[in-house]
Design a protein around this ligand. Sequence first.
Ligand SMILES: Nc1ncnc2c1ncn2[C@@H]1O[C@H](COP(=O)(O)OP(=O)(O)O)[C@@H](O)[C@H]1O
Ligand SMILES: [Mg+2]
Length: 235
Amino acid sequence: MNLLNVDSISKTFTIHILSGKIIEGFKDVSFTVPRGTALGISGPSGSGKSSVLKCIYGSYLTTRGDIWYESPRFGRLNLTRSPLRTINQIREMEIGYITQFLKVIPRVSALDIVSAPLMEAGAFRKAARSAAGDLLEQLGIPQRLFEAYPATFSGGEQQRVNIARAIIKAPHLLILDEPTACLDADTTSVVLDILLALRKKGTTMIGIFHQPEILARFSDAIYRMKTDSDRGTIQ
Ligand SMILES: Nc1ncnc2c1ncn2[C@@H]1O[C@H](COP(=O)(O)OP(=O)(O)O)[C@@H](O)[C@H]1O
Ligand SMILES: [Mg+2]
């Protein structure tokens, strides 16, 4: 069964400071993502890949088309027409989203940042912190950094904290926008192994990866964006 059915969506941006000039983000994108699979999205820079993911996550309003999502909590929903309250609940409970851009929370330790989603879901502090420690260890973060503030970490270390926080609850749907962009080859490989293990456990994923070999390892199918008005194709 499809977890996600993206049906002919388009996105335009109106730039008010340019007297309402309209910029096309992407046009007529359609694909489905079967439950428990990973869809890769490829295409040249500026073809709208990130905007598609932002429309699914609800950070951009979709201009046209429908995004059907099977929510364990709410059932089948059109994300382009759901109330903000529902979208926020889904984002909190069901969907993880990781970008290449780091979101560092000041003066909160790595262990607290990563364990927070489990605590918010009602886990005991000790168990949540222990699970967070295991995940950080898998991701190669040295134990001495667990109680330190990620604001002081290197870009690669911060990104691993970001990834750990987004996957600790094994989200129903995981959205990845170049999550390995600032990681070295070895760490990228570790992250990919963790993502593949997560998919095996049932998390459905949709992701953009710059390196073709990483995209190929990640993806069960690939949707190629087009810059012209042609439809993209699933291969
Ligand atoms: N918030 C925004 N406001 C105006 N234009 C945007 C915005 N976000 C994206 N765009 C434009 O939409 C197009 C697609 O961008 P993006 O989705 O970032 O592409 P990609 O991720 O494939 O590089 C680009 O022309 C970009 O400038
Ligand atoms: Mg992008």
